[in-house]
Design a protein around this ligand. Structure first.
Ligand SMILES: *Cc1c(COP(=O)(O)O)cnc(C)c1O
Length: 431
């Protein structure tokens, strides 16, 4: 792929997708080895985030403004829990929407509000969700001055609670239910950004996991977890990442490239196995997504693969040995959820179950066979009560930030899965 023009971080943040339809990538690769080594193992997440912001964007942030942004973006933090002798769970679901996407969304919203406020501009954030992005993005942007948010979601294909999360916010957050699959929603969003006539009239910006401003903050929790465990582990850990669009995994790979010690990544998918198949065969064959129990990972054409390829220099990703593909069937998701409930007295969501399955396969029967693994727990199990009840006959209590949604009535606008319908909607509302 030819290189597009280099733009500022602020521009990449607000544009979301480059004018040629491609993705933005960091230009120079920062070397943060010394910085990451210097982080104390007891540091709070927000301290690690502040240090990383300053290290990554020295031209935008000094120590004070980095801390200000980190504090504004992260009023919540991840937690680490030991699951087995070589196995840790990195819980990323303690934010406002109870899923890891809160990290990216909150950082992007806080950074974008700064950028917009400084220039007196407006922005319309256009995003597609397969479930969890919508709630995270909606919550993060709710009430921010000068910004409207339009969230497209596949009608009937997200959980009732996820739908509540994005349709009950109101105000500057607009929910649109599309007659189609997540891939249709994503295609519409990409199409809108590539439509020059439309973007000339509506100041569109993206908050999908393709936005570099959402990806970068996700690297912070990898660094925080590796730092926390640095003195406890004898080998550099691997990370097992439940993946759909591969934004989360890309963020981990970025952290590694910048200098975080790491033994590799388990690319854990559900039966939408395009990337594991690609890693195994070297042939990339995107196809329509299939519905599984881990719905937020039902992606047939993961948009961050381009970025992953790019990070590895073309053609070296497959042979790098850093990524190990793993596929988990729905039947196996059920087994893992039951086993974790039985052995560790924990509820895990179906996505996290895919990550745990990959880790168990990697670690094998005997302790000490492989390097330690940190599995990312991507959402709170209570967000998927229906699955939990069905598989386990019981469900965990909903975290308080979600309980309050239950009695609220949501509103959303129906839309056909066509570029025309979306263009019409945007022009009518935002011009
Ligand atoms: C979005 C999501 C994923 C997949 O993350 P990607 O960055 O798209 O790979 C996994 N689990 C949950 C709960 C999610 O919401």
């Amino acid at each position: 792929m030819p290189d597009g023009p280099a733009v500022s971080f602020e521009r990449a943040l607000l544009d979301g997708i480059a004018p040629d339809g491609g993705l933005y990538h960091p230009t120079a690769e920062p070397d943060l080895r010394a910085l990451i080594r210097s982080l104390g193992t007891e540091l709070a997440f927000v301290d690690v985030a502040a240090a990383m912001i300053e290290g990554l964007f020295p031209e935008y942030h000094d120590a004070a403004s980095a801390r200000q942004l980190a504090t504004a973006a992260f009023p919540f933090a991840p937690e680490l829990r030991r699951l087995g002798s070589d196995h840790y769970l990195l819980e990323l679901f303690h934010g406002p929407s109870a899923a890891f996407k809160d990290f990216g969304a909150m950082f992007l919203a806080a950074a974008m509000e700064r950028a917009i406020g400084a220039g007196g501009r407006r922005a319309v954030v256009l995003t597609a969700t397969s479930g969890d992005t919508g709630g995270a993005v909606g919550n993060a942007f709710l009430g921010r001055a000068g910004i409207d948010v339009v969230i497209l979601y596949p009608d009937g294909r997200i959980s009732p609670l996820q739908e509540k999360q994005l349709t009950t916010l109101g105000g500057n957050v607009h929910a649109v239910r599309v007659a189609g699959a997540f891939d249709d929603c994503q295609r519409l969003v990409k199409g809108a950004f590539a439509d020059g006539e439309l973007t000339a009239q509506v100041p569109l910006t993206s908050a999908n996991s393709i936005n570099i401003g959402r990806l970068i903050p996700q690297s912070f929790y990898y660094v925080w977890a590796a730092t926390q465990l640095r003195e406890r582990l004898e080998e550099d850990p691997l990370f097992s990442v439940p993946s759909g669009n591969f934004g989360n995994l890309t963020a981990g790979v970025l952290a590694w490239r910048w200098g975080m010690p790491c033994g590799g990544f388990l690319a854990a998918t559900n039966e939408n196995d395009v990337v594991p198949a690609y890693l195994a065969t070297g042939r990339y064959a995107p196809r329509p997504s299939r519905e599984t129990l881990a719905t937020a990972m039902d992606v047939g054409a993961p948009s961050n693969l381009e970025r992953l390829e790019r990070i590895f220099d073309s053609g070296t990703l497959v042979g790098s040995g850093m990524l190990h593909g793993h596929v988990t069937s729905d039947a196996r998701i059920r087994e893992v959820m039951r086993a974790v409930r039985r052995d560790s007295d924990l509820f895990v969501c179906p996505h996290t179950a895919c990550g745990i399955d990959a880790t168990w396969d990697y670690l094998g029967e005997e302790p000490g066979d492989g390097a330690p693994v940190i599995t990312l727990a991507t959402a709170h199990a209570a967000k998927f009560v229906e699955v939990s009840r069905d598989v386990l006959g019981e469900a965990p209590a909903l975290p308080p930030q979600l309980v309050k949604l239950l009695d609220r009535e949501g509103t959303s606008t129906p839309m056909d899965a066509t570029a025309d319908a979306l263009r019409h909607y945007l022009l009518e509302r935002f011009v």
